[in-house]
Design a protein around this ligand. Sequence first.
Ligand code: 3PG
Length: 214
Amino acid sequence: MAVTLDRLSALQVMQDAPVIPVIVLHDVAHAVPMARALVAGGIRMLEVTLRTPQALACMEAIAKAVPQAVVGAGTVRTAADAQAAVNAGAQFAVSPGYTPALGQACRDHGLALLPGVATGSEIMLAQEGGYTELKFFPAMQAGGPAMLKAWSGPFFDVRFCPTGGVTSENAAEFLSLPNVLCVGGSWLVPADAMAQGDWARIETLARQASQIKR
Ligand code: 3PG
């Protein structure tokens, strides 16, 4: 069944599955089979990072050919990135940091945004922009689960998607925290599996990830 989530919210993006895959695509031919494998494994919110020249074409290909998937753009840093993501069919955006200009651009487009934060001041800035569902990035390097526990006091109304250094080994610990709705990670889409076209392995990794308790 096609996913038709008009004006998807960041909360819906975070609640859909325990893990959002952080995807780096170098070859447009990989985009559709990879997306199908992730969907078959139970993961349909797909963050395609704007880190390669092929990223936007990959998003377009997935949006067109895999209606069960919801394509998002990762590594969105500027208003121009947000515009390009919308044009390519992205239904949500994930950013490594937050600026008021990016927040405004995503609001203007009706594009759900998970802004990246690593400090209390950044959380407060994102909240000023109306954002309360945030990506904690880079999660392990910036304090890991202990940091999220510390933030649960003053930022009791914020929910996080820790990303950066999250693995199949430590994901469950993050997901057990009350202020964590999902995690992000690249481990579901290993570069070697992608290069080899090992879609079965990606499907297995997605299935395991989709079953992590939260
Ligand atoms: C990234 O920006 O690359 C993401 O945070 C993914 O990080 P990871 O490779 O540590 O999962």
